[in-house]
Design a protein. Sequence first.
Length: 274
Amino acid sequence: MNEGITFHTFRYITYHGGANFITFGVHRLYFSFSLLSSLLFLTFYKNLFGNRVLKYFLAIVFTSVILLLKSKIAIILLGTILLYRSVQVFKSGGVKERVIAVLMLILVFCGAIYLLRYRLNQSYQQIHSFNESKEGSLSERFQYNKCAFELIKESPLFGYGVGDIGVVMKAKLAKYKFTYLLERGVFDPHNEFLKAYIGMGIIGFMLFMGIFASFYYHLNFYKDRLILFYISFVFIICFVEPFLSRQSGILQTFFFTGLFLSENSKLIGNEGYS
């Protein structure tokens, strides 16, 4: 403590930051996504803050927290926002703005690689042990998906009912002796689309997909980019998390979707929209 912040303490903070955050009972992806939603505001509302220093300060804080939490999906989505913003700067900005945009992209990319290197190495090692009952986000999702696809094959038309998803998933996990997942007590496919199919069958699955299709059909890319980005992010997250069937996911989705839709009319034709 007397030495202050050293390289070793910095490495400790960056290495354990995401794990320590989970001990508070908050999922890092769900929290990171709320910050990503705020970054979308900063990206598409040029005049949201009159003070540019405050705007960039908030953007740096949000970006830094997302990187420190080390959610792989969240960092990929963060890169998408930064890449989109950089393209906009290259289209309309000057030389100074372009240089800053490139430097920011390089800085965030290098920071992401540094912070994620351990988790990426874990994922690579898990590729060779998908069927082993071991801890690891990638192997766990493979095991969940394996059980989910088998359940879908057994009852493709009507599913098993939303209330019985946990029961049938637990039975499949026991069949393949995925003891680690059984001990965790979480019997969820960790995929919103597979969960919808298991619970409601083909008809319910098609209706669920129709929600996203309706958004993409009715929204205009040039006028509704903010909402399209947000809905696309939710769509991607649903492949790795039961995002819309968990309270921490559905509440923020309803909140931000409603907020974006209510403000969308102000964006159309406004110079603050980009």
